[in-house]
Design a protein around this ligand. Structure first.
Ligand code: EPU
Length: 439
């Protein structure tokens, strides 16, 4: 297992190209199961979660080809080239445990498989570092369209005869809307008979991106990006080309990295509209953010005002930036309060940030952060993707050396993060376990 060794204290300055969105790419790739023709996705990042989805789609009968990398426009590392996906065999409809336990987002093959093949078998994923990850809303929505489900030996088996039938349904749950649940039901409804109306749908940009891909393929979806999505079922979908939206969470993470290191970054391939709550919050903290087309310029003089923030469904402040924001306000002039409303247990970074000298007290789903003057390097453990990103940010400013173990978590969601950050002045080395012992 690799670790990062970070020498803290440098100011980030330069240009970074933002990759395509991981959380958009995964369901877009799964949606390719719904056509017999080749689909080409541009901007799919090279990440271990994407490799996992490639393995899963290959098991489900797809042929997948990655093309050469394109050179980055910023002088940073080259990002990945287009990905061709084509179904060649429709014999295996099962997402096996060995893949699902590695990546929960495997659940996004459920809707596409049911839509196209009338049957889907998906292993239940089990526990997760960021809290419970139920799929009851996915099941409820698909049942309303006519799918029958049963559970056998840790697997969920969904099937039906004939054709799914559109209907009007409420898809929200106790914690609000569900992103992948909305996408699963939307995919299934795209090939159903008649009209489906999803009330209480998730409004995230990733849902819009998937609806846009399906519409290019021939689906008839409207209202994406609002809580009410209308889907007029069609008989078949065609192969197309599509560019994945920029990764708003990677972008937000680098904005926070600039803010934390008192830096100046130019971020290319961004959609700041997707980060409206983050943008406004960071301006309140004292960060300057300017935009010119799809490029944004971030600078900070590192006098950080404390804030109160609650994570919410889109367009609210995203849970996927909660840990990184906490890293930033560890250095604010005063006391900040962060409440997590999407995954109330997503706080594994608190103990690790405290090891670096932060002063954070957690009470249920709220963390109270008393700003400190500086952080100090130590050995810490990455526990999930976004928590690891928060530790990298903290390591960039901590005095001395920080070692972050288990960075395979970060490789799931940030394309070439150490190369991108080193190109703008960071000092991050990737070390193998054997090298760490000698430190
Ligand atoms: N929920 C239910 N029942 C369901 C589904 C969800 O109660 O059937 C609850 C969840 O427990 C949670 C809330 O609804 O409290 C929202 O969960 P959601 O279903 O929206 O999450 P997801 O679709 O499984 C995606 C992202 C996550 C991101 C969340 C929230 C992907 C692959 N994953 O997950 O991303 O945190 O939306 O925005 O798109 C990450 O990238 O680090 C990550 C965890």
């Amino acid at each position: 297992m690799d670790s990062f060794l970070i020498h803290g204290g440098t100011r980030l300055k330069g240009k970074i190209e933002i990759s395509g969105s991981k959380n958009s790419s995964l369901p877009l790739m799964a949606a390719c199961l719904m056509t017999d023709e080749k689909t080409t996705l541009r901007g799919v990042p090279r990440l271990s979660d994407i490799d996992c989805m490639i393995r899963l789609l290959t098991e489900l009968g797809c042929q997948i080809q990655r093309h050469d990398s394109s050179n980055s426009s910023t002088g940073g590392p080259p990002l990945d080239g287009p990905l061709d996906i084509q179904v060649t065999k429709e014999v295996n409809n099962e997402a096996p445990y060995k893949i699902v336990k590695e990546m929960r987002a495997s659940i996004c093959v459920l809707g596409p498989l049911l839509a196209k093949r009338r049957q889907a078998i998906v292993s239940m994923p089990g526990g997760c570092a960021i809290g419970d990850r139920p799929i009851d809303l996915h099941i409820r929505g698909l049942r309303k369209l006519g799918v029958e489900f049963r559970w056998e030996k840790g697997k969920i088996i969904g099937e039906y005869a004939g054709r799914l039938k559109g209907c009007r349904m409420y898809l929200g749950g106790a914690m609000g809307p569900t992103v992948l649940g909305t996408i699963n039901v939307m995919c299934a409804a795209a090939l159903a008979e008649g009209e489906t109306v999803l009330v209480g749908a998730a409004c995230e940009p990733e849902v819009i991106d998937c609806a846009n891909l399906l519409n290019k393929m021939g689906a008839r979806i409207s209202g994406q990006g609002t809580p009410e999505i209308r889907i007029e079922g069609v008989d078949h979908l065609a192969g197309v080309e599509h560019r994945v939206i920029p990764d708003r969470i990677e972008c937000g993470t680098f904005i926070l990295a600039a803010a934390m290191t008192n830096g100046e970054l130019e971020l290319r391939n961004c959609n700041l509209d997707h980060l409206i709550a983050v943008h406004d919050m960071l301006e309140d903290i004292g960060i300057r953010i300017e935009r010119e087309n799809d490029t944004i310029f971030v600078s900070s003089n590192r006098r950080l005002n404390p804030i109160e923030v609650t994570t919410q469904p889109y367009p609210g402040f995203p849970t996927d930036l909660q840990a990184q924001l906490m890293g930033l306000v560890c250095l604010a002039d005063g006391m900040s309060v962060i409440t997590e409303r999407i995954f109330p247990d997503r706080f594994l970074h608190v103990g690790e940030l405290n090891r670096l000298g932060a002063r954070i007290r957690k009470d249920s789903s709220t963390a109270v952060i008393q700003g400190v003057k500086e952080l100090s390097g130590a050995r810490v453990m990455a526990s999930d993707l976004r928590a690891s990103a928060a530790l990298v940010l903290a390591g960039l400013v901590a005095k001395g050396k920080t070692i972050i173990d288990r960075v395979y978590h970060i490789d799931r969601g940030y394309e070439k993060i150490e190369q991108k950050l080193n190109a703008v002045g960071a000092h991050i080395e990737r070390l193998e376990e054997k090298d760490i012992k000698d430190l």
